[in-house]
Each structure stands twice: as structure tokens, then as C-alpha cells.
Design a protein around this ligand. Structure first.
Ligand code: HEC
Length: 124
């Protein structure tokens, strides 16, 4: 095989298959774990995304195994688009938790962190 052919093949593969990172970074809607949710535009939403994935992920992100065991909680996607969701009620729920089901986060977050989390949940 001539070296010119090798060069052409290499060039072709780079042009035809750009590295994944290049395409994945467009759009800006990618969360800390690469799950695409509503667009994360503000700093508040981005911080809230990180807080969510650190604290809520364990229960509120489904995996095949969790589905099989029926132990995953609601994924909270589109939570604030549901007609019966109110912001004060969600804030209260995060503070108080649900007895025997969800922990209270009263002592975990600052007021700003709760605001960030709410901002994130609104676009999740
Ligand atoms: C130990 C597991 C666990 C963790 C951690 C957890 N939750 Fe929950 N959460 C639950 C369960 C269980 C429910 C009630 C059942 C359901 O909605 O699927 C619930 C319900 C909710 C609801 C009400 C859902 C609805 O449909 O009205 C919200 C909002 C919520 N959680 C937010 C959060 C947020 C925000 C965090 C992180 C700060 C969090 N949860 C962390 C287990 C958890």
C-alpha cells in the first residue's frame, strides 16, 4: 500500500467520524452525567444540576436494575410542567423529606443551593 493512500485513508476517517466530544458539546443541554435534559443556560441551573446529581441521583435516576427491582423513585423529568406541582410544596418536600421514603435535606443545603436545585428542576 502506497503511503499516499494511507494518508488519504487517515484524512477520510478524521473527516467522516469527528471525535465524539466535538458533536456532544454542542447545544449546551448536557448535564453533569451527560444525560440530556432541558437546556442548562444559567449558572443557577448548572449548579442545581450538580447538586441534583450528587444528592438525588441515587433514587431519582432509574437504571435497568432499579426498574427490575422496582426501587426507583420518579425521575422528576418535567416535574414543574405537571399541573399539580407547586414550588412551595417542592421546597417543603426537599426540606422535610417523606417519612421512610425520602430523607430530609433540611441540614444539607444553603438557601442558595435550594434555589439552584429548584432552578434546575424547572428545566429538568
Ligand atoms: C433515598 C432515596 C431518595 C433520595 C436520595 C431523594 N429522594 Fe425524592 N423521593 C424519594 C421517594 C421514594 C419519593 C416518593 C415516590 C416517588 O415519587 O417516586 C420521592 C419523591 C420526591 C418528589 C415528589 C415527586 C412527585 O411526583 O411529586 C420530589 C420533588 C423529590 N422527591 C425531590 C428530590 C430531590 C430534589 C432530591 C435531592 C435533593 C431527592 N428527592 C432525593 C426518594 C428519594
Amino acid at each position: 500500500m502506497g503511503s499516499r493512500l494511507v494518508v488519504r485513508l487517515l484524512l477520510f476517517s478524521v473527516l467522516a467520524f469527528p471525535p465524539i466530544g466535538v458533536t456532544a458539546q454542542q447545544g449546551g443541554g448536557t448535564s453533569a452525567l451527560g444525560v440530556t435534559v432541558g437546556k442548562l443556560q444559567t449558572d443557577e441551573q448548572k449548579r442545581g444540576d450538580a447538586i441534583f446529581h450528587k444528592n438525588c441521583h441515587l433514587c431519582h435516576i432509574a437504571t435497568a436494575q432499579k426498574r427490575e427491582l422496582k426501587i426507583n423513585a420518579d425521575e422528576l423529568v418535567g416535574l414543574f410542567k405537571r399541573p399539580n406541582t407547586s414550588e412551595p410544596a417542592v421546597r417543603q418536600l426537599i426540606q422535610e423529606g417523606i417519612p421512610k421514603r425520602m430523607p430530609s435535606f433540611r441540614y444539607n443545603f444553603t438557601a442558595v443551593e435550594v434555589d439552584d436545585l429548584i432552578a434546575y428542576l424547572k428545566v429538568r
